[in-house]
Design a protein around this ligand. Structure first.
Ligand code: F6R
Length: 610
């Protein structure tokens, strides 16, 4: 959601900034822009729509410029037009912003009363003019930035260039992510590391309230009070090529295919040689013995991963586990026990989701222990937590989450096993059996991926239906929810997931021969019950697409279309295999409908505003 990239160095900045914008495309956006500083003159180009719309205008920017900032905007205040796109300008400066300024109306009024004319409907332009007024009065850019951010309420990461200073770019962070990449005689910054990871793997993560000046050879950091801070450099683990498509048509397809490898890496990290690694699972950083209840908070697909986790975590630990949407949790005054008795666990791929982060902060203020499962190291959620697990999924670029979901479920599963072990609730025999099956999961996953061609074929007869239902029981109820979410977000088809046992309480009224129902029913403890529900669907002429065991003739006979999955004993691993089927189904239906699979309309990969 909004992306920021910047470069200062001794090379031409145009390609670097443009390339950075393309790498940030996945975050979701509806307009883009670039500003460069050359010979003490600022030049800007910005356009609504795709980043490529900027291409014809790049030649109008000075090719020799070595200082540049770029922005992808996801509209919040004001429609996605060229005028509202960033950079915004004021006297002698250009500014880009990620976040929301909550008190922008008052500030705008104040500026208008002073005769300032606004060119856009954005909250960002207010910051540009406040800075412009400071600079006009002769204030040094660093001081101007410090003064202005004290007047802003809300979340922001900002980057400012001014013709008063052709040696630095100025940055500020509050609430929205910002990270600096350190190079040789050149420096970069971005909303996340994908913006510059192909140039450098040395990074400095800004914290809330911090400002920075970024020069070619030096980076300075200072806090709200103006005190200079030491630079804490982190060496990034993601390799430069890991954020590329590697020959796949879409990132989403590549990421679906990466799942067996993600599972192997996860198992290697958390249970090398059959021993659960309590340190890597964050258990050494929390006081588990104090915990009386667990709240999992997350959004979207990560929330569904939490819902699957509840099924295994509660019996494993003998503790109540509540799973809640972070956007609800943070505003409803939840009953939380202080002194570390409630453990609040955030699940987030990006580690930057605004509602999830706010939920953690709220829980922290109430004296809970806070824990997170994140894919992005040093993300805000990761840094906010007392204990954490870092997923081993690698960068997820496709907006629709696939490998991150699998990885989140597995991380929660490992955590749950290790926590049970620590509480004396996991027998050696049980552990051994589970780890044994986990070892074979990547192989089964590979087999599940073999269904790709068959599912692509099925999509030909499904893509024109306007509505879908997905049903399942137990963990596969959650996979039904996830399957419906995947389908609606990338194909724009209306889809709903239901617990199969809930059909009779309302949704069965929707069923007729025009309604495709994806029914997930592997041979597990819920099988017979789900099959009865499927019989009821057929009795009403519903169009059943079954997902079940390869050898299951009963479900196959009940289904008009069938997607076989390999058979595993553990119901959660089996549910992961069914996930591959719903991911492919959504993907190939979207392909048939010709949608933008990796960047579906209106969506952002990292939802940094609430
Ligand atoms: C759906 C999807 C979203 C995210 C949600 C949370 O495919 O990707 O629903 O799961 O926005 O994002 P994170 O995990 O980054 O907190």
């Amino acid at each position: 959601m909004c992306g920021i990239i910047g470069y200062i160095g001794s090379r031409s900045c145009l390609d670097i900034v443009f390339d950075g914008l393309k790498r940030l495309e996945y975050r979701g956006y509806d307009s883009a822009g670039i500003a460069v500083l050359h010979d003490r003159h600022i030049s800007i180009t910005k356009e609504a729509g795709k980043i490529d719309n900027l291409k014809p205008f790049l030649s109008q920017l000075p090719a020799a410029a070595q200082i540049g900032i770029g922005h992808t905007r996801w509209a919040t205040h004001g429609t996605p037009t060229k005028e509202n796109a960033h950079p915004h300008i004021s006297d002698r400066l250009a500014l880009i912003h990620n976040g929301i300024i909550e008190n922008y109306r008052e500030l705008k009024q104040e500026l208008q009363d002073k005769g300032v004319t606004f060119r856009s409907e954005t909250d960002t332009e207010v910051i540009a003019h406040l800075l412009g007024q400071e600079l006009k009065g002769g204030t040094h850019p660093q001081e101007a930035l410090m003064r202005v951010i004290q007047r802003l309420e809300g979340a922001f990461s900002l980057a400012l260039i001014t013709d008063q200073d052709d040696q630095h770019i100025y940055l500020a962070k509050q609430g929205s992510p910002l990270v600096i990449g350190l190079g040789q005689n050149e420096n970069f910054f971005g909303s996340d590391i994908t913006a510059f990871v192909s140039y450098t793997q040395k990074a400095v993560f800004l914290h809330d309230g911090e400002c920075a000046s970024v020069g070619r050879n030096e980076v300075k950091l200072w806090n709200r009070e103006g005190q200079e801070l030491p630079l804490k450099t982190t060496v990034l683990q993601w390799s430069p090529g890991s954020a590329d498509k590697q020959g796949y048509r879409h990132y989403m397809l590549k990421e679906i295919h990466e799942q067996p490898r993600v599972i192997s890496k996860t198992t290697q990290a958390f249970a090398p040689e059959g021993v659960l690694n309590h340190e890597a699972l964050g258990l050494n950083s929390i006081q588990l013995e104090k915990v009386k209840s667990i709240h999992i908070v997350a959004c979207g697909t990560a929330y569904y991963a939490g819902m699957v986790a509840k099924y295994f975590m509660e019996p494993a630990l003998g503790l109540p586990v509540n799973v809640e949407l972070a956007s609800e949790f943070r505003y409803r005054d939840p009953l939380l026990m202080g002194q570390g008795q409630t453990l609040v666990m955030a699940i987030s791929q990006s580690g930057e989701t605004a509602d999830t982060l706010a939920s953690l902060k709220l829980a922290k203020d109430k004296g809970c222990q806070i824990f997170s499962i994140c894919n992005v190291a040093y993300s805000s959620i990761h840094r906010e937590s007392h204990g954490s697990i870092l997923m081993h999924a690698g960068p997820e670029i496709g907006v629709a989450s696939t490998k991150a979901f699998t990885s989140q479920v597995l991380c929660a599963y490992f955590w749950s096993m290790a926590a049970a072990e620590k509480l004396g609730r996991l027998s050696a025999k049980d552990k051994e059996a589970r780890l044994q099956e986990l070892k074979s999961l990547p192989l089964y996953m590979d087999q599940a991926l073999n269904a790709e061609e068959h599912i692509a074929e099925l999509a030909n007869s499904l893509y024109e239906y306007p509505n879908f239902l997905f049903v399942g029981r137990g963990p596969n109820f959650i996979i039904a929810l996830e399957g419906a979410l995947k389908l609606k977000e990338i194909s724009y088809i209306h889809a709903e997931g239901y617990a199969a046992g809930e059909l009779k309480h309302g949704p069965i009224a929707l069923i007729d021969k025009h309604m495709p129902i994806v029914a997930i029913a592997p041979h597990d403890a819920y099988y017979e019950k789900t099959l009865s529900n499927i019989e009821e669907i057929r009795a009403r002429e519903g169009f059943v697409i079954g997902i079940g065991d390869e050898k299951d003739s009963r479900l196959r006979d009940l289904s008009q279309l069938y997607i076989p999955t390999p058979k595993m004993n553990n119901p959660y691993f089996q549910a992961i295999l069914a996930t591959v089927a719903v991911q492919f189904l959504a993907y190939y239906i979207a392909i048939k409908r010709g949608t933008d699979v990796d960047q579906p309309r209106n969506l952002a990969k990292s939802v940094t505003v609430e």
